[in-house]
Design a protein around this ligand. Structure first.
Ligand SMILES: CC(C)(COP(=O)(O)OP(=O)(O)OC[C@H]1O[C@@H](n2cnc3c(N)ncnc32)[C@H](O)[C@@H]1OP(=O)(O)O)[C@@H](O)C(=O)NCCC(=O)NCCS
Length: 350
């Protein structure tokens, strides 16, 4: 068994083939079947195919592992990091050691490319729960999503679901949107001139966390030019807070629906919760006008007080565990200092 299997860096990726390999699950659609996922998403978020590993049986791709480069801050120090975002093996080929072998290949590739740190995720209930541990990774953190339903009517139409999904959907229904007019300042869409201030806010926030992405103006601009929308609370030319959003078509049961994501929320020190809530509410109202029936925030811990008041609930069954492995001595030393990882905020593709 496995003799005709081989593992390669996918130098010239065929994104259609890759996307078709992701999400092989009889209860769900594949990645490539989602109207808004697949090729474009992959190319945007994981732009460096030197970090794509394929498992081939003969000429057929039966598994893939995809990482993307990121600069991560650990308590104020930057590390050149590879984030393993996707690990997939076609159903028929699972439990034969393919993911473990892809990981081996990926680790040797990212080490030879000079990365200092590698981060990976494991999604609850998706198999291979010990692969990362066996490869020397350390479990550091659990992620979840918090969500809120904006358009109850639309959601009701999606209620032709299996009982479990129905229960989840009902839990997060909270269509009400409160006050959206700021007491001070104005809420508006981002302008080019705001970007420096927003990047500064994002990096100040990153430095308050144990591990977080480091932002640059170019990186933020690239995201805005693509599909991200940013809303700010501004007063007298100072940005008091910013919410970075993104929309994506997801599925629930057999139906598609658009979900808004609050990717990041950052505020100046001293901005009170009420003002934060009003900014977020304003964004929610704009989403609702676009008939987006639900919204989600992937990293609820740091603004939990703010979003809980707005009717967000933690989404059940959507938990990811973050694993980390240092590849250099300085990275190892930076990690050793941290006893308990309380706040980690790293970009996740899915
Ligand atoms: C997670 C996943 C990648 C694992 O792939 P895999 O090739 O089956 O992984 P491996 O075979 O290396 O390891 C899986 C398990 O099989 C075991 N195994 C490996 N070879 C084996 C063999 N010959 N016989 C029996 N068991 C074996 C491993 O010990 C491992 O055990 P663990 O779960 O305790 O860690 C796969 O289950 C998958 O694609 N899941 C879906 C992922 C997903 O939903 N991704 C979302 C998009 S990002």
């Amino acid at each position: 068994m496995g003799k005709d299997l081989h593992y390669e860096i996918i130098d010239a990726p065929d994104y259609k083939v890759l996307a078709a390999c992701i999400g092989d699950n009889p209860k769900q659609q594949r990645w490539s079947d989602y109207p808004d996922w697949g090729e474009e998403l992959l190319q945007f978020h994981a732009p460096d195919p030197r970090l794509y590993v394929g498992a081939y049986k003969g000429k057929n791709l039966v598994g893939c592992m995809i990482a993307h480069p990121d600069t991560l801050r650990i308590r104020g120090k930057s590390f050149n990091t590879a984030v393993i975002a996707i690990t997939e093996v076609l159903m028929l080929h699972r439990k034969q050691g393919i993911a473990s072998k892809m990981l081996e290949k990926m680790l040797s590739q990212i080490t030879s490319l000079g990365f200092e740190l590698v981060l990976a995720f494991q999604t609850a209930g998706r198999g291979g729960k010990n692969i990362l541990k066996r490869a020397g990774f350390k479990k550091i953190y659990k992620y979840g999503h918090a969500g809120k339903v904006l358009d109850k009517d639309k959601m009701d139409k999606l209620m032709d679901l299996n009982p479990i999904l129905r229960k989840i959907a009902l839990k997060i229904i909270s269509a009400k949107i409160g006050e959206t007019k700021p007491v001070r300042g104005v809420i508006r869409e981002v302008k080019e001139d705001d970007l420096d201030q927003i990047v500064d806010l994002l990096n100040k926030e990153s430095d308050r966390l144990d591990i977080a992405s480091y932002w640059t103006k170019e990186y933020l601009k690239k995201k805005i030019d693509w599909r991200y929308k940013v809303f700010v609370l501004e007063k007298e030319n100072a940005i008091l807070g910013a919410v970075i959003t993104y929309t994506e078509i997801g599925t629930l049961g057999k139906d598609y629906f658009t979900t808004g994501f609050l990717k990041e929320m950052v505020f100046q020190e001293g901005v009170e919760d009420r003002a934060k809530q009003i900014l977020v509410n304003n964004v929610l109202r704009r989403f609702k006008e676009k008939e987006i029936p639900s919204i989600s925030y992937p990293y609820p811990k740091n603004v939990w007080r703010v979003i809980k008041k707005l009717g967000f609930h933690v989404l059940p069954g959507d938990e990811r565990t973050v694993f980390i492995k240092p590849l250099t001595l300085p990275a190892q030393q930076a990690l050793e200092v941290i006893d308990k990882f309380r706040y980690v905020n790293v970009f996740l593709i899915c």
